[in-house]
Write a protein that binds this ligand. Structure first.
Ligand code: G6P
Length: 362
């Protein structure tokens, strides 16, 4: 049953709507908002105290999840790099102190395996974050942390992105508590509390999303843009990737502040721009979205705040949460936007042309 469509037209929709459950599995037994504490099986307290730098390597959607984790580490003052696995040079200036983290749903992506092997040869410690128990990456890395999302059949990754981001956020908490000079989160209890109710909030998005109606309104435009700042930036990139993968329409994601440094030239009357707000870093996205709107763009604000959305042409509502988690709720809305747009265009949603679930060649 877990791998059947269970009454859904597509695996993708089933997988989007199974996120309350998959995310509950991801966090089960790992968070204690009361203490507050994060428990990661196989990673005893103190096991990260020699780490001085973290280097993520990943492809596709997993790369976007890695960017999310990297931003959290950067904000906590930890040295961090993120490489597309296919661009990883294998150069690690301080292999003793470097933790290389391949992030891969399948655990079989050739580019990511190549980077893992190069990191091992350079003498770095490797910790894989993956969904598939016994996968090649799980066998070859020094250590492994599972995202526990359950099997994902649709080629376009959905529930595994959410579980990757949350798993990385938990890893980040452990790292920042143990790395010398890191600024561990002062609001850990509040953050873990917000995390514990996130599955219910995703359920709320699933129940109330207006993405289907909105998708038909914006059908047939030349291009679709997604913008976000800070943690909403990787979510904007992921929203655009999902959109192009399954709708075959032109979509791009940008950092909000970058819009004016080039992409604005592509904005014409009627260009839809999905602007993602987290309630904390909204200024840049607001200013840049308004700039595009003045040139004819139609803005869809993805936000918990009616006030933030007041200037926009449309709004996709997300529940109020910790700002570091709101990207996950926004992402569910964007998954629906991609899904319903692809469906109205009659695309083969679960098996988009030219793409494979797992790419095992470099
Ligand atoms: C393929 C899939 C993408 C996926 C990427 C990385 O290109 O089509 O959806 O994000 O591989 O996959 P991984 O299994 O390494 O996360």
């Amino acid at each position: 049953e877990e791998t059947g469509k269970g009454g859904y037209d597509h695996y993708m929709l089933k997988e989007i709507e199974s996120q309350p459950e998959s995310l509950s599995n991801t966090i089960r037994g790992r968070i204690d908002p009361e203490a507050p504490a994060v428990h990661l099986e196989d990673f005893p307290p103190g096991c990260f105290q020699d780490v001085t730098e973290v280097h993520f390597v990943a492809c596709g959607t997993s790369y976007h999840a890695a960017l999310y984790g990297a931003r959290l580490l950067e904000e906590a003052n930890v040295r961090v790099r993120t490489s597309r696995a296919s661009e990883f040079t294998g150069r690690i200036p301080d292999p003793e102190g470097t933790l290389v983290v391949p992030v891969t749903q399948s655990g079989e992506t050739a580019d990511t395996l190549g980077a893992l092997r190069a990191a091992g040869e350079a003498g770095a410690r490797t910790l894989a974050v993956t969904n598939v128990v016994g996968s090649t990456v799980a066998r070859e890395a020094d250590e492994v942390l599972y995202i526990r999302a359950g099997p994902e059949i649709g080629v376009a990754a959905t529930k595994t992105f959410s579980s990757q981001v949350v798993t990385l956020a938990l890893l980040v908490e452990r790292l920042t508590q143990e790395i010398d000079g890191a600024a561990a989160r002062e609001d850990l209890g509040a953050f873990l509390e917000a995390l514990s109710v996130l599955p219910n909030q995703i359920e709320e998005v699933i129940r109330t999303s207006r993405a289907e109606a909105l998708s038909s309104k914006y059908d047939g435009r030349d291009a679709y843009f997604f913008i976000g700042h800070a943690l909403q930036h990787p979510v904007a990139l992921e929203g655009a990737l999902k959109f192009k993968e399954i709708t075959y329409e032109h979509a791009e994601g940008f950092a909000s502040g970058e819009l004016k440094h080039g992409p604005l030239a592509l904005v014409t009357p009627g260009t839809p721009i999905f602007a993602l707000f987290d309630g904390k870093h909204d200024e840049k996205t607001h200013t840049n979205a308004k700039e595009a709107q003045a040139r004819g763009a139609e803005i869809v604000a993805v936000t918990a705040s009616e006030r933030t959305a007041a200037f926009a042409d449309d709004m996709l509502v997300i529940p109020d949460t910790h700002p570091d988690l709101s990207g996950l709720l926004a992402n569910v809305q964007l998954q629906f936007v991609s899904y319903y747009t692809a469906r109205s265009l009659g695309r083969p949603i679960d098996k988009p042309r030219n793409l494979a679930k797992s790419v095992t060649v470099e």
